[in-house]
Write a new protein. Structure first.
Length: 305
């Protein structure tokens, strides 16, 4: 489905498997995965400085929302777009399918049924300048809820920081879904993959921060003598407090590291004759898939003198 970066894939494999020199082999396999190289976005090419947004202290206090359109129609309802919502505290993500033609009222109902009804009203919602958000309806709704709406500057994703890259990662996974013939009914697998992958900022999986335990995966049932991982009722509250405290601590420590990593200058690649390269597919037309679902790169091609 998706390697979800070398760090996350290594952590996932380490839970259930081991073989000699497995880390070296896994690293080499991921770096040379042609599907990922052609479908995933390239990060680090922008030189603008990162502008940090104050991090939340509780789950669902601050969220990011973005619409992803231009998807392949799927499911009985023929969805063609997704509303991606990121919980900035736990880094968990929800991907809600909908129709590109939906009105602001339809989107509000989708948000109410899937987020507000279970997670409460967030204090801050960060989003791009989508017409559904800038409409008078949404503005009035936020005022009634007491929620602050923060817009990202157009074409400047560094205003938003890491959640923007998480949204791009979700687009990358959806792109591979379409390429492999999978449908919208399979999207819960995308949620499970993301929410059970350890995040480098908090040092925990989003599920662990949110629920204080990791959901079982199919591979877990293959292990013998599986220990009980669900906390008892007696310890649940204490574990939840400890998980939230640890996540908040790691998030604060990681902010400086994130900014330093983002702001660092990037060296241009030193291509040589015979090197294998991929070409960014910006001006190539491909009628097989909508633009959002196409591979971003063509190749590989061999460099010649």
């Amino acid at each position: 489905m998706g390697h979800m970066s070398e760090y996350r894939t290594r952590e996932r494999v380490a839970r259930t498997a081991w073989w000699p020199k497995w880390e070296q082999e896994l690293s080499e396999y991921i770096k040379t995965c042609q599907r990922c190289q052609k479908a995933n976005r390239q990060h680090g090419e922008k030189y603008r400085l990162l502008q940090h947004i104050e991090e939340p202290k509780h789950p669902w206090e601050t969220i990011n929302m973005e619409w992803v359109t231009g998807l392949v129609q799927g499911g009985k309802e023929t969805f063609n777009a997704c509303l991606i919502i990121v919980n900035r505290f736990s880094k968990s993500m929800r991907c809600l399918p909908f129709h590109k033609e939906d009105t602001a009222m339809d989107t509000a109902l989708l948000f109410w049924n899937n987020i507000l009804s279970t997670c409460g009203v967030p204090k801050i919602i960060i989003s791009d300048r989508d017409p559904k958000f800038t409409s008078e309806f949404w503005t009035s709704l936020y005022e009634m809820l007491g929620t602050k709406l923060v817009f990202s500057t157009a074409y400047h994703p560094q205003t938003d920081g890491l959640p923007g890259r998480m949204i791009h990662k979700m687009e990358d996974i959806l792109r591979r879904f379409c390429d492999d013939g999978m449908e919208y009914k399979d999207q819960p697998a995308v949620h499970l993959t993301h929410n059970t992958s350890k995040h480098s900022t908090s040092g925990k999986t989003p599920a662990l921060v949110k629920k204080v335990w990791n959901p079982l995966l199919p591979v877990d049932h293959l292990k013998k003598n599986l220990p009980t991982i669900h906390p008892t009722a007696k310890d649940f509250h204490e574990m939840q407090k400890r998980a939230c405290y640890t996540a908040a601590k790691f998030i604060a420590e990681a902010k400086g590291y994130d900014k330093q990593r983002w702001d660092k200058s990037h060296m241009e690649p030193d291509f040589r004759e015979g090197d294998q390269v991929l070409v960014l597919k910006l001006n190539f037309n491909n009628l097989k898939w909508p633009k959002k679902m196409r591979d971003l790169f063509l190749g590989p091609f061999t460099m010649i003198n």
